[in-house]
Design a protein around this ligand. Structure first.
Ligand code: FAD
Length: 106
């Protein structure tokens, strides 16, 4: 498997891109679908200690899936929890959409 850093960088690109294209207001069906995706993601992400910490964080911070803004902010906070753990700079979550709405390299 790829190394933890490369895998992480590309996975955050995928996850933030998913939030940036999520419905501005999501139907119950879309919310349920995303809830299932996040559960499965937390079980199959191929860095097991990363996945374990993600599941724990998600347990304490229930996904906010009603709107794109809420979901994008939730994902930004999930990423910041990892940044903090790794001693990286935290990202200002007011700017997540500006960073990820337009396709850019991760
Ligand atoms: P990344 O953290 O990969 O970020 C990529 C880009 O996203 C940044 O350049 C920035 O432009 C933007 N960004 C940064 N923070 C945010 C934010 N909060 N919101 C929106 N955009 C942001 N690594 C470990 O060593 N241990 C772990 O336990 C671990 N757990 C992980 C759990 C998950 C679910 C994922 C996806 C990754 C995990 N990683 C972990 C990998 C780690 O988060 C980084 O991806 C990796 O260290 C590479 O970091 P980077 O500095 O290149 O930037």
């Amino acid at each position: 498997p790829p190394d933890v850093e490369t895998l992480g960088r590309h996975t955050w690109t995928l996850l933030h891109s998913i939030t940036a294209t999520y419905p501005t207001v999501a139907t119950p069906e879309k919310q349920q679908e995303m809830s299932m995706f996040l559960d499965i993601f937390g079980r199959i992400y191929p860095c097991w200690f990363c996945a374990g910490d993600f599941r724990k964080w998600k347990e304490e911070n229930k996904p906010k899936l009603e709107t794109r803004q809420d979901f994008g902010d939730w994902m930004c906070r999930a990423h910041n929890a990892v940044n903090k753990k790794l001693g990286k700079k935290e990202f200002d979550c007011r700017f997540w959409e500006e960073r990820w709405r337009e396709a850019k390299d991760g």
